[in-house]
Design a protein around this ligand. Structure first.
Ligand code: NAD
Ligand code: 0WE
Length: 258
């Protein structure tokens, strides 16, 4: 049975009720996990308020700001978890960012700083958070990140995010190799397109969703809850033999050639 009772889970990347991370948090909670939540702080505290209100029903016992570009906030987050929980079992990495101008036009035009920003937030952060989590995962653990087909195949406009996701997927493999001896598993979920804050800010997402509904074997897109269920499985003892893998939760779209 899928049972996460007694497991402590840190979920990053909740921005609102459409976030994939919110779908994951709900499924982890349903399976009995004890939750911690981090949010991206902004000057006006709007994210904090929204995420606090949204997650209240799940009773997170840790609720902290964590901008992954800020080493101090990362250290503070994991220090607080060490003090509060003693051990960490589950880490959900569910965040990405590229400058909006780098998600239109051609990849060939990407700037040095735009490239660095996308790879720092979307790729390096997984290794950085895994390093901070490792000493707390004393009874083994499971790390899950979110990726997209645009890291494997060319998807128009995904551009520098494709390079970031490609690096993220290879990071999953190297981290799985590094952390496996500590019984820490590292896997990725490659989700099909879902309407969220990040994807809705991108032109043409509705057309992409319509395309998937035509081509994917299941003739539909996937939901945050379906991604959440796969994440809960990967974090559970049912997946104890799975590490270094990318699992497609995309209604089968990835297998199609025509
Ligand atoms: P979202 O906007 O709800 O989530 C993105 C999150 O990234 C937000 O919570 C934001 O606060 C966070 N973030 C951005 N910069 C940050 C920083 N510097 N520090 C900490 N957090 C930061 O959108 P989403 O679609 O749920 O995205 C979550 C993940 O899922 C991303 O990795 C994305 O690439 C991936 N994904 C999304 C789709 C899709 O179609 N929506 C498909 C496949 C994969
Ligand atoms: O990974 C993503 C979203 C990534 C993303 C989105 C934004 C929009 C707002 C990263 N950074 C930003 N920065 C912003 O300022 N997805 C998988 C969703 C997505 O994004 C696309 C897609 C799909 C699907 C961009 C272009 C084409 C397809």
């Amino acid at each position: 049975m899928l049972d996460l009772a007694g497991k402590n889970a840190l979920v990053t990347g909740i921005a609102n009720n459409r976030s994939i991370a919110w779908g994951i948090a709900q499924q982890l909670h349903k399976a009995g996990a004890n939750l911690g939540v981090t949010y991206l702080p902004d000057e006006k505290g709007r994210f904090e308020k929204k995420v606090r209100e949204l997650t209240e029903p799940l009773n997170p016992s840790v609720f902290l700001p964590c901008n992954v570009q800020n080493d101090e906030q990362i250290e503070e987050t994991f220090q607080a978890i060490g003090e509060k929980w003693g051990k960490l079992d589950i880490l959900i990495h569910c965040l990405a960012f590229a400058n909006r101008e780098d998600l239109t036009g051609e990849f060939v035009d990407v700037s040095r700083s735009g490239f660095a920003t996308a790879l720092d937030i979307s790729t390096y952060s997984l290794a950085r958070l895994a390093r901070a989590a490792k000493p707390l995962m004393t009874e083994g653990g499971s790390i899950v990140t979110l990726t997209y087909l645009g890291g494997v195949k060319v998807i128009p406009n995904y551009n520098v995010m494709g390079i970031a996701k490609s690096g993220l997927e290879m990071s999953v493999r190297y981290l799985a190799s590094d952390l496996g001896p500590s019984n820490i598993r590292v896997n990725g979920i490659s989700a099909g397109p879902i309407r969220t804050l990040a994807s809705s800010a991108v032109g043409g997402i509705l057309d992409m969703i319509r395309h998937v509904e035509e081509i994917a074997p299941l003739r539909r897109t996937v939901t945050q809850n379906e991604v959440g269920n796969t994440a809960a499985f990967l974090c559970s003892d049912l997946a104890s033999g799975i590490t270094g893998q990318i699992v497609y939760v995309d209604a089968g779209y990835e297998i199609m050639g025509m």
